[in-house]
Every structure is written in C-alpha cells, then in structure tokens.
Design a protein around this ligand. Structure first.
Ligand code: OSB
Ligand code: MG
Length: 383
C-alpha cells in the first residue's frame, strides 16, 4: 500500500469511543395483532455510538415479549451491556463490517448485535460523507412499499383498512392469518379486491396437519404464505411447499446466509423475508441477499414496527438489487403521531420511498429533544 492510501484509510478509521443505550416508550397509533399476540405499547431500544467527532444510531428490533423471537427488549439490554458493548468498546475499525469478528463468540442475540452493528454503519456513512444506502452497495433509488395489516375484530374492518391502504398507493397488501382467521378471510379479501398483490403471514401458527387449509387458500392467487409453520422449521416447510402452488416465504426460520442456503437447497421456500435484526445487521442482510440472488430467490424487507431510526435503516437496505418485491417498509404516520426522525419516513402516492441523497443513515435526522422526552432509562459506556 502506498502512503496516500494509508493516510486515507487512517483518516476514516472509526474509534468506538462511547456507546449509549436508551429505552424509549412509544405508543403505536393502532394496536397490531398477529397470531402470537397484540402490541400497542412499544419498548424501543436505541443504540448511539460516537467516535469523538460523529455519531451513529441503530435500533434493536426485539419485541416486548419472547413471542416472535426469543429476544426481548430486556434480554437485548442485558446482552448488549454485559457482552456486546464490552467486546466492541475501545476498538478501532476501518469498516463496520469488522464488527462481526468482535461478537463471533456470542451465540444468537442477533437483534441485540444488530442494534450496535447498524449504529456503526450509520457512523461510518456519516464520517465518510456518503449516503448509507450507497455505502452498503445499494442501487435502488426508489423502493416499492407494501403494508402489513394485523388481525382485525371483523372482516368488514379488515376490508376497510385494505381500501384505505390501496388508495394511499401501497403496492402490496399483507394480511395476518391464524387458525379461525384464514380461508374465509382470504376468500372475502380476494372477492373484494380481485387485482391487488396479496399475501398472508401466519407467524408459525400452523402445522402440516393443516395442509388442506393451505390447499383451499391456494385458489386465491396469493403471492406467498409467509412462515406458515414452526419458527425453527425448514423440513416441514419443504414438505408443504411440494404440496401447494403458492410460494412459501420464510421469515422466523432464517437467521443467516447459511440458513438461507439450506432452506433453498431443500426447497423450504421460494422467497425470503429479510429483517435487519433477525440476521444481525447490514452485513448479515448483504450475505442473505447474495445467497438468495445467486439462487434466483427474490427477497423483500420485513418490518418490526420500528421507530424512524430502524425504519431508515430498512429503507437503506431495501436499495440492494435483489430486494425485488415490495417490503413491509411503510410511512411513519401509520405507526406514530410523531416519529423520532425529521423528516419522518414518507411514502409517495405511487407507493414508493425515495432514498435520501445526503451523507449518513438515520443519524442526521434524529430528534434529540423528543428522544429525551420518550426515554425511560439510559446508560453510557465510555472507552
Ligand atoms: O412477522 O413480519 C412479521 C411485526 C412484528 C413482528 C413480526 C412481524 C411484524 C409485521 C409488521 O408483520 C411489519 C411492520 O409493519 O413493521
Ligand atoms: Mg412475518
């Protein structure tokens, strides 16, 4: 390496000087119901990392209880405080891609890891003066948006909500299903909206014993069934996929590029939902994305009812080329009266979000005063 290159890389070296954890309490505008429960009050964990001159922000996407995944706000706080932060604090890195090597000995807890990993990418983008989506290799300047609609008290209410979202411009409608809220719901939704791109997410509510039910729903031109079976399974999903026409999409079962490779190899799915937290951060997203692309499997970006910080990370990662299907990345105003980023995430009447051309990721947009107001606990770690 010549002198000029050494100088350049030293100039952008990020020193992990200080990390701050904050738990925010944020009230969703509407309760969100899935097969595993109802969420209204969010406990959001924000990670801020500074190198002395710039700051980066990440969000831990764990839920309040261990229902979608084993991780919770509380387990993430514990694992970050006692293991992840001590492993990273005081280190110097040339790229956030090096973070994985610090936490390689910590098994699981991908959402906790992603909180800090994504903050480091944000910091790197700001300090290198490039937009985050370009730093991670994205090319899509406009991303296609869908919505995830929870289980409603009545089918009538669900049809009204779909009407509203279709009118707002969303390009794909995802409904949640569970035993007792499935075939008839899908039949009526398809009857009322013959043309929409429609998919159904079961969040692991079924077993292979329910195969007839999936055969019935096969008639309604559903884009995919998302995670119909057990949250750790691939084998039964492969069996199901053989017996139905509708593509199976995995969400809960995929935590790494290796999981994706195995799922594809045994025919457990034809589509994969990629979530930043579930795969441990932007490097994990990239790896899953690449395996899927190499096997001709499309991916889309899943959502976890994020605040604006996690939401802007989702917008950025959706710029990777193989994110070719509309994701669950939607407008801040569907979730919050006031988001913690300014401007909030906005979806056009064409159902798209345009990437921001300014340097950095979410960092430059966070609202410190509002974050202070919403904070219920915080802790600072210094090198
Ligand atoms: O399975 O995709 C899921 C929310 C929480 C946990 C799991 C899921 C979801 C969603 C909501 O579907 C997506 C969003 O609007 O953020
Ligand atoms: Mg899902």
């Amino acid at each position: 390496m010549n002198g000029a290159l050494i100088f350049l890389s030293l100039e952008h070296r990020v020193f992990i000087k200080q990390i701050e954890l904050r738990e925010l309490r944020m009230q969703l505008l509407h309760p969100f119901e899935t097969s595993f429960g109802v969420t209204q009050q969010r406990r959001i964990l924000i990670v801020k990392v500074t190198d002395g001159s710039h700051a980066g922000y990440g969000e831990v996407t764990a839920g309040e209880g261990p229902f979608y995944s084993h991780e919770t706000t509380e387990t993430a706080w514990h694992v970050l405080r006692d293991f992840i932060i001590p492993a990273a604090l005081g280190k110097g890195i040339d790229t956030a891609g090096e973070f994985a090597s610090f936490v390689g000995g910590i098994r699981g807890h991908n959402m906790a890891k992603a909180g800090l990993e994504t903050a480091l990418w944000d910091l790197e983008a700001t300090s290198k003066q490039v937009p985050l989506w370009k730093l991670i290799g994205g090319t899509r300047e406009k991303i296609d948006c869908g919505v995830s609609i929870g289980i409603k008290p009545t089918i009538e209410k669900l049809l009204q909500t779909i009407e509203t979202e279709v009118r707002a411009g969303y390009r794909r409608i995802k409904i949640k299903i569970k035993p007792g809220w499935d075939v008839e719901v899908v039949r009526q939704v398809r009857g009322a909206f013959p043309q929409i791109l429609l998919m159904a997410d079961a969040n692991s509510a079924y077993t292979l014993a329910d195969i007839d039910l999936f055969r019935k729903m096969d008639r309604y031109n559903i884009m995919m069934f998302e995670q119909p079976l057990h949250y750790e399974d691939m084998i039964d999903h492969a069996e199901l996929q053989k017996k139905i026409q509708t593509p199976v999409c995995l969400d809960e079962s995929i935590h790494s590029a290796d999981d994706a490779r195995k799922a594809i190899q045994i025919g457990a799915c034809r589509i994969i939902n990629v979530k930043l937290g579930r795969v441990g951060g932007h490097a994990g997203v990239r790896a899953v994305h690449d395996v899927c692309r190499d096997h001709g499997i499309p991916v889309w970006c899943g959502g976890m009812l994020e605040s604006g910080i996690g939401r802007l990370h989702n917008v950025a990662l959706s710029s990777l080329e193989n994110f070719s299907l509309p994701g669950d990345v939607s407008d801040s105003k569907r979730y919050w009266t006031e988001d913690i980023v300014d401007p909030p995430v906005e979806v056009s009447s064409q159902g798209q979000i345009t990437q921001r051309s300014q340097p950095g990721g979410p960092g430059p947009y966070v609202k410190p005063a509002l974050i202070d107001q919403l904070t219920v606990r915080s802790q600072v770690f210094s090198a």
